[in-house]
Design a protein around this ligand. Structure first.
Ligand SMILES: Cc1cc2nc3c(=O)[nH]c(=O)nc-3n(C[C@H](O)[C@H](O)[C@H](O)COP(=O)(O)OP(=O)(O)OC[C@H]3O[C@@H](n4cnc5c(N)ncnc54)[C@H](O)[C@@H]3O)c2cc1C
Length: 415
């Protein structure tokens, strides 16, 4: 049964932002017995949940490797926060508590709702929040937050002010601003004295000036291996790769874009090398030197989309009608490079407009990792993308949003 707070009583907890973290925070605080009002600037809550995973919502990863998360804050603090709600418990929460069964996509290791409908995830969270007595107000754009007598007062764009003992800032970062996240929480955190890590777009498609591969737009390979040499070692990731009109996308590209963005900001843009399949250079060499009368082009086309195969041949300076038996040593060497360490001529990225997440944000050392309460501003809590941590494609970013939302909800309710 819904337990709605009497309208005359002010809320205990205000949640700013109705995304993944805000919804989880609100429902957790409501279940912990607090009177909760969630303020969402746009006309709908959970917009990013609904567009996530291509409309299917990759709710969680099937395995959590915390080493893949990125933060400029203390990794020890990040680990503590990640460990607060283990993957198996999160999965159980969605399946058993919210009634959203999840299924594994074996080729990617991602968990999606069995229904493949992202809106089911949003609706289940909203339903559970409302059942816990949370009042959800949409079209409620918070323009300022200031200390009040016994807590905080939030000013809304259309006039009224709402006060509460505790406030959870779950307004997201700067990514895909058309969904409502325009950096309000980041500005608020900065102006209230919190140490911020510089922000940058992450999980963004790369661009290439003059679009040298525009003729391949739409061509994709399922298992590219992308490698970014770093000062110490290299960053490697594997997965889908897609040519776009302006550059490159797909999980394997998105997963390295934080390195290219950070490198570019330092004036030290890193190289990005692509192996188009998981075939090793030695195996490619064996295939290219196999006796017989076949064409080199046919060997490539057997493993790659024809347009990409032909382009790699041209880039390596190998004539399209070259027979394998006639492939010269220098041609073979260039072709092996093009197949296993293709230097991607990227020059930039699509920025926040298309970035799936924001890197940087409120330093993790600014919050109590048990409650997500600010160490500087008592009664102020942070959750989700506004904080300085993100993960690769694969459900890691929702894992972060659910975990930090839950901690903040519990912390703010019991404060
Ligand atoms: C296209 C796309 C696909 C994605 N797919 C996946 C996926 O499949 N799996 C995964 O793990 N991650 C995915 N992500 C990342 C994931 O969506 C985010 O990490 C997550 O949504 C962050 O949640 P959040 O609640 O912190 O922020 P947000 O989802 O950005 O929510 C913030 C909310 O706060 C509101 N708000 C902002 N300012 C104010 C204000 N001043 N007053 C009131 N309200 C305000 C905004 O309108 C918004 O609703 C995807 C992201 C994108 C863009």
């Amino acid at each position: 049964m819904a337990r709605l707070p009497p309208p005359s009583l002010p809320p205990d907890v205000l949640v700013l932002g109705g995304g993944a973290a805000g919804l989880m925070a609100a429902l957790t605080a409501g279940r912990a017995g607090a009177r909760v009002v969630l303020l969402e600037k746009t006309r709908r809550v959970g917009t990013k949940i609904v567009i996530s995973g291509g409309g299917r919502c990759n709710v969680l990863p099937s395995v959590l490797d915390e080493r893949v998360f990125v933060t400029d804050s203390s990794r020890r603090l990040m680990s503590r926060i990640l460990a607060s709600w283990p993957l198996a418990d999160q999965r159980r929460f969605f399946e058993d508590d919210l009634g959203v069964p999840l299924a594994l996509e074996p080729e990617t290791g991602k968990l999606f709702p069995v229904s493949n409908r992202a809106s089911d995830v949003r609706d289940a969270l909203v339903g559970a929040a409302e059942a816990a007595g949370v009042e959800i107000r949409t079209g409620a754009d918070v323009t300022a937050l200031s200390p009040a007598d016994e807590g905080w007062a939030a000013t809304l764009r259309d006039g009224p002010t709402l006060s509460a003992r505790t406030v959870i800032v779950a307004t997201g970062g700067l990514s895909v601003p058309k969904t409502g996240s325009d950096g309000f929480g980041l500005r608020l955190a900065r102006t209230t004295g919190h140490r911020m890590e510089p922000t940058y777009p992450a999980l963004a498609p790369l661009t290439a000036d003059l679009a040298p591969h525009a003729d391949l737009a739409g061509v994709s390979v399922p298992d590219a291996q992308v490698r970014v040499p770093l000062t110490k070692g290299a960053f490697e990731t594997a997965g889908g790769f897609l040519f776009t009109h302006r550059g490159y996308s797909g999980p394997a590209v998105l997963n390295v874009s934080h390195l290219t963005a950070l490198g570019r900001a330092r004036g030290d843009a890193p190289a990005v090398h692509v192996a188009w399949t998981d075939t090793s250079a030695a195996d490619w060499e064996a295939a290219l030197t196999e006796p017989g009368r076949g064409l080199v082009a046919a060997t490539l086309r057997a493993a790659l989309p024809a347009r990409l195969a032909d382009r790699l041949l041209a880039d390596a300076g190998v004539p399209p009608d070259r027979a394998r038996a006639d492939l010269r040593k220098d041609e073979r060497r260039r072709l092996l490079d093009a197949l296993t360490a293709y230097a991607l001529p990227w020059t930039g990225d699509e920025g926040y407009k298309k970035a799936e997440v924001t890197g940087g944000g409120v330093g993790l050392g600014e919050v109590n990792p048990r409650t997500m309460e600010s160490n500087r501003q008592p009664g102020l809590f942070f959750a989700g993308e506004v904080l300085d941590a993100f993960g690769p494609i694969g459900g890691y970013n929702f894992f972060w949003a659910w975990a930090t939302g839950r901690l903040a909800g519990l912390g703010a309710a019991t404060n």
